[in-house]
Design a protein around this ligand. Structure first.
Ligand code: NAD
Ligand code: GLY
Length: 360
């Protein structure tokens, strides 16, 4: 097992990464209270819920679970209400603990429920997708979507513990696995050129889900994310670099309707567009675009915009991005491999050229 500690000024927590961790009560026990609600969905529940319940049963007098419908289209205030209802039906108090057992959708919704139920209760992340293990379970961003924009309702709420059980990846569908790899590539691009080269070197084995390499990739991704979060927990500046490719990606997700393209797939195309735009601006070589293109293709990730998505669609949807400041669109771009910046300083023609280049 590998462990990272994320230490913020007012809160710190461990991120444990290893095989079979969901069964290791001694890691969870220090964070348990007498009332625990496991939040999961109807895909994950049949595979992992009873195992987690039986690990906790003897230690938690009031243990309950709530099973939400699976899917990004259910990441809404309406479905979130089911968590509050379950908590209230069981008379859970402010001393309860929520456990998010699932991917990023479950993690984001459970975290937001924890931030808001009775003005705030504790929660634990047990991420079960690669994407949630390398990204969404770490750093405290929580929330739900609105029909007019992704993740538009939310709060910062840090967990008490992140328990990454790499064995859960064995049941993850290929498409979801590849989507997680897009976020892994992101860390190399924004913060660590050596990690990007390491990923290139081991890409074939990572695609085969080699467990040792995967554990290393998850550990390095979490470490890179934690370092950025420690510097800027509430995204006053630097944290925005974690959104490389996401302004394009969120536009794609909203255009296609939540759930058509996976988040990581939209991020994959977004990473390519941001890297291409950085190359047009002369900050990275075009060979980097080709290297990234090769990795995405090998992983079966999309490398073009959705059919029918025009320049106007992008511009309209990107205008709603959270990085828009006083009406000015700001993008995360690369100054070099391993060095990202947030900037509003780019010729709009370069943005148009990028969008046009990736039209299908
Ligand atoms: P997801 O939560 O929808 O999970 C993907 C699919 O895999 C679902 O059908 C799920 O039921 C299934 N699944 C999960 N674990 C499984 C397992 N072990 N075996 C079999 N099936 C399994 O998607 P995701 O990619 O994990 O997360 C995407 C979400 O995360 C988006 O809503 C995105 O906005 C959010 N996100 C949040 C942050 C953050 O910082 N909070 C960062 C990145 C992404
Ligand atoms: N996924 C972006 C962030 O956590 O800031």
């Amino acid at each position: 097992m590998k462990t990272l500690n994320l230490r913020l000024p007012t809160h710190e927590y461990d991120i444990h990464i290893g095989r079979d961790l969901l069964h290791q009560l001694e890691l969870i026990r220090p964070h348990l209270t007498s009332e625990v609600m496991i939040v999961t969905n109807d895909t994950i529940a049949p595979i992992y819920l009873s195992a987690v319940q039986s690990v906790l049963a003897d230690s938690v007098p009031r243990l309950h679970s709530v099973v939400l419908p699976d899917g990004e289209m259910h990441k809404t205030l309406d479905v979130l209400n089911q968590i509050y209802t379950a908590l209230l039906e069981h008379n859970f108090s402010r001393r309860c603990t929520l456990i998010a057992l699932g991917g990023g959708v479950i993690g984001d919704m459970t975290g937001y429920a924890a931030a808001s139920y009775q003005r705030g209760v504790k929660f634990i992340q047990m991420p079960t997708t690669l994407l949630s293990q390398v990204d969404s379970s770490v750093g405290g961003k929580t929330g739900v979507n609105h029909a007019l924009g992704k993740n538009m309702i939310g709060a910062f709420k840090q967990p008490e513990l992140v328990l990454i059980d790499t064995k859960t990846l064995n049941t993850l569908p290929d498409r979801e696995f590849a989507a997680g790899l897009a976020e892994v590539l992101k860390y190399g691009l924004i913060a660590d050129a050596d990690f990007f080269a390491w990923l290139e070197q081991h890409w074939t084995d990572l695609l085969e889900r080699d467990e040792t390499l995967l554990t290393e990739a998850i550990y390095r991704s979490c470490a890179l994310k934690a370092a950025v979060v420690i510097e800027d927990e509430t995204e006053q500046g630097r944290r925005a670099i974690l959104n490389l490719g996401h302004t394009f990606g969120h536009a794609i997700e909203t255009f296609t309707g939540y759930g058509q393209w996976l988040h990581g797939e939209a991020v994959a195309t977004g990473l390519l567009m941001a890297t291409y735009m950085s190359a047009l601006l002369g900050d990275v070589p075009h060979t980097l675009v080709e290297r990234l293109n090769t990795l995405l293709l090998q992983a079966g990730l999309p490398i073009q915009s959705p059919e029918g998505m025009t320049r106007d669609d992008y511009i309209a949807l990107m205008a709603r991005d959270k990085k828009v400041d006083a009406g000015q669109l700001r993008l995360v771009l690369l100054k070099d491999l391993g060095h990202a910046i947030v900037t509003g300083e780019f010729p709009v023609e370069t943005l148009y050229q990028t969008i046009d280049h990736y039209q299908s």
